[in-house]
Write a protein that binds this ligand. Structure first.
Ligand SMILES: *Cc1c(COP(=O)(O)O)cnc(C)c1O
Length: 409
């Protein structure tokens, strides 16, 4: 079967699972494994169940294939943060709506986004940025301006609380000024990435309420940002429906016009399940495995913020030896290229073994470099399920709901 794949060219190859890839290709470089069906399922989930509009935060994974999959499954709006992301999405999806949600932009980027790519939505967190947007768009009268509030990141694994966002005592003046300049006025925030509790959004919405009441302005858009979690070892969040309920309820009770819109900017939750990584163990030293990808590859978060990803030893027959905690070294000549884990693998794992590292679709592939000559140039499509999922249960309960509706009828 793999001869057939080679004859077709690898771009067209699709495999059942990571073990098949390891056996067929014995790849010397790490291979990115994608699961288009998992990204499609996540996109449908958000477009059907979030009680507002979901736009994809492109920085989480800017792969054109992924962006196309999300579009095909109901995601029509994209949160872009740089002019390169604006151009990428405009080129990939000419009909998509782009929202430029980085609160500190180059004036040239704003002008190109507005005049060349039709971008009308911009976020900002200072009067200087408001003036910049007005100058760059020649005081356009069709802008949606979203004021970014600073909110707590206490429920999140990755803080976004210090760099951006207007402080409470300055929000009133900025909202008032933005209202004068905007066709539509929005308020946005980001609770931090991988928010482990819906309370994060409830608390942020309370901040939004205070800001609206103090500024006494009419608000047309509430944008709850990203932060929706995925599932990793030791991090099992509540069901996403719980987040949607909390956000929907808070939105309904805000003092805003009844035609106001609710937006979200999920990054991680839409793409974490989209890809994983096939790596090879080059050496074992005690409980340390030297693998061929690392901190400068797709494992930045594993190295720098101690993120744990699920791992699986790919052997047939499966190892029957008990699991044991390992740490990883990446391939570069650099002590920083170390992933503490712990990663649980059968105790007999060793040089020459292949491992699948899962849930790397968000902030994995996106951060890869070719430092020291180590990188991954090959991508292969898989048809099996991701190593963990927040969406498979919802498929099952949808089936169950349908069944109970049938009974009721
Ligand atoms: C990074 C980012 C997102 C996506 O965050 P996730 O935690 O991946 O959902 C959304 N909006 C803005 C403004 C961001 O900077």
């Amino acid at each position: 079967m793999h001869k057939h794949h080679r004859a077709l060219g690898l771009a067209a190859a699709s495999f059942r699972n990571a073990l098949d890839v390891a056996q067929a290709l014995s790849p010397v470089q790490p291979v990115t494994l994608t699961r288009p069906h998992a990204a499609a399922r996540a996109a449908r989930f958000f477009s059907e169940k979030f009680p507002g509009r979901s736009m994809y935060a492109v920085k989480a994974n800017p792969s054109p294939e992924l962006i196309q999959i999300l579009w095909d499954n109901g995601i029509t709006h994209f949160d872009v943060a740089s002019i390169a992301e604006v151009r990428l999405v405009a080129r990939t999806l000419p009909d998509a709506t782009l929202c430029f949600m980085h609160p500190v932009k180059a004036e040239e980027a704003i002008a190109e986004a507005y005049f060349t790519h039709g971008v009308r939505v911009f976020s900002l967190d200072s009067l200087e940025e408001l003036e910049k947007v007005q100058r760059a768009t020649r005081h356009a009268s069709d802008l949606t301006l979203c004021v970014r509030l600073r909110v707590s990141s206490e429920h999140s694994k990755l803080s976004l609380a210090s760099k951006f966002g207007v402080a409470p005592h300055e929000a009133k003046a900025l909202l008032f000024a933005a209202r004068q300049a905007a066709d539509a006025l929005g308020i946005c925030f980001h609770v931090g990435s991988q928010a482990m509790s819906p309370d994060a959004y409830a608390q942020a919405m309370e901040r939004v309420r205070q800001a609206i009441v103090e500024a006494a302005v009419t608000v047309d858009v509430i944008d709850v940002g990203g932060g929706f979690p995925s599932v990793y070892p030791g991090m099992e969040p509540p069901a996403l429906e719980r987040y949607f309920e909390v956000i929907g309820r808070a939105f309904e009770s805000l003092p805003i016009s009844y035609s106001a819109e609710l937006w979200a900017e999920p990054g991680r939750a839409l793409c974490a399940e989209y890809s994983s990584l096939l790596v090879r163990v080059e050496k074992r030293r005690g409980n340390e495995l030297y693998i061929n990808d690392g901190a400068y590859g797709a494992l930045f978060d594993a190295a720098h913020i101690g993120w744990r990803f699920p791992v699986k030893l790919l052997r047939e027959p499966e190892s029957t030896v008990r699991d044991h905690p390992f740490s990883f070294y990446g391939p570069t000549c650099d002590d920083l290229d170390h992933m503490a884990g712990p990663f649980e693998l059968p105790a007999d794992v060793g040089a020459g073994d292949f491992i699948e590292i899962g849930m790397l679709g968000a902030y994995g592939a996106a951060m890869r470099t070719a430092f020291n000559g180590f990188t991954s140039e090959q991508t292969v499509v898989l048809t099996d399920e991701p190593m963990a999922s927040l969406y498979m249960d919802s498929d099952r309960s949808a089936v169950a709901d349908m069944a109970s509706n049938v009974v009721k009828l």
